[in-house]
Write a protein that binds this ligand. Structure first.
Ligand code: UT7
Length: 337
């Protein structure tokens, strides 16, 4: 059976850096609170009054990844785009981005699994490759949060966390006897906690999807989060789901060179490290620079970890893990060829 190999990666963030001090001018918050509670120092947002969708950032990231892989857009058999902030309600970002890459018939699908979108995308790519339906798959995670956040004190718990960004990974099926590629993955979802982190409107379940009597500043127009519930779930479920994938792969934690977790909160990832009794350099952190970029967070972290030489050499093994809205959570073990 073919092995799914990461050929290359690319990332893109908008040029506008928003520091915690910038946020202090918009709402009642402080650099100290944000750094202490989350580890975040800055994030990238699209410039005010600029039109830029998740598919635009995704296309920029994809072009970098494609060039590094030596692929043209026409070489792609399947596009998988993970996002919770699609450019428009429909059609999905995969279709929109394919057009921006100059394509007009390549299959494209969207994944709406939020913080674990990349893990679902990677696993789907691997399944397509192993089933013989595709051999060259472009997996993208991309988000524009900044245009949809409540930038008043009311929304501060959510708004200070999120940043815009995208990353893309070229994945190719190859024939080899080497134990490499996606060695194991574990995916989960529990919709009973959907309202712990959600954006309610527009809602097709309502008699009128965009109710006329809802003022622009109605809280239902903005993401809301029960931060404490998500935090507790993450600290409990991440070690479990990491162990689940280790068991499936028949591996021990000592065989993992680097853990690349979803970047939701530095404290969650530090707690994960303590629980697993790992030294801090075994867990990759870049939330300081980007905040939480949801579906883009794991591939951005992977891209940076490879650029910094923290992983990517032959036989290096990485563990991805994340939990977020849905709830969805998961992990995956990948071994470089
Ligand atoms: O990727 C998606 C998954 N999401 C997550 O993983 C997020 C998980 N949750 C978290 O990261 C944390 O719960 C937060 C960072 C969101 C919040 O941290 P916390 O330590 O759980 O704070 P809290 O919500 O318990 O709030 C503590 C206090 C409250 O004030 P009072 O009631 O104690 O007076 C909040 O109103 O901090 C206040 N607060 C803020 N203060 C300044 C909440 N947000 C802010 C803020 N600036 N931005």
């Amino acid at each position: 059976m073919k092995k799914s190999i990461i050929k290359s990666s690319g990332m893109s963030v908008p040029p506008y850096v928003v520091t915690n001090h910038d946020l202090e001018k918009m709402m009642d918050t402080s650099d100290e609170w944000i750094k202490q509670r989350t580890g975040i120092e800055q994030r990238y947002w699209v410039e005010p009054d600029t039109e830029c969708g998740a598919s635009d950032l995704g296309a920029q990231a994809s072009k970098i990844a494609l060039e590094k892989a030596g692929w043209t857009p026409q070489d792609i058999d399947l596009i998988i785009f993970a996002t919770l902030s699609p450019d428009i309600f429909f059609p999905g970002c995969g279709c929109l981005m394919a057009a921006k890459l100059g394509l007009n018939s390549t299959p494209a699908l969207d994944i709406r699994q939020q913080c674990t979108g990349f893990l679902y995308g990677l696993t789907t790519a691997d399944a397509y490759i192993k089933a013989g339906y595709a051999n060259r798959v472009l997996v993208v995670g991309g988000e524009i949060h900044s245009t949809g956040l409540d930038k008043t004190t009311r929304g501060r718990d959510v708004t200070v966390i999120f940043g815009d960004g995208a990353a893309a990974v070229c994945i190719e099926g190859i024939d080899t006897d080497e134990p490499c590629g996606l060695l194991a993955s574990s995916l989960h979802a529990d919709g009973n906690f959907a309202d712990a982190l959600m954006l309610e409107l527009p809602a097709s379940r309502l008699p009128v999807r965009v109710p006329m009597d809802v003022p622009g500043d109605d809280p239902r127009n903005y993401p809301v989060m029960d931060g404490a519930t998500i935090f507790k779930k993450a600290v409990r479920m991440l070690p479990q789901v990491i162990n689940e994938s280790l068991e499936k792969a028949g591996m021990g934690l000592d065989e993992i060179g680097l853990i690349i977790p979803h970047q939701a909160n530095m404290r969650i990832n530090q707690a994960l490290g303590q629980f697993l009794k790992l030294p801090d350099d075994k867990i990759f952190h870049n939330i300081q620079k980007y905040g939480n970029t949801t579906a883009a967070s794991i591939p951005i972290a992977l891209h940076e970890a490879m650029e910094q030489g923290r992983t990517g050499k032959s036989k290096d093994v990485v563990m991805f893990a994340g939990l977020g809205a849905g709830l969805t959570w998961g992990s995956a073990i990948y071994k470089f060829l």
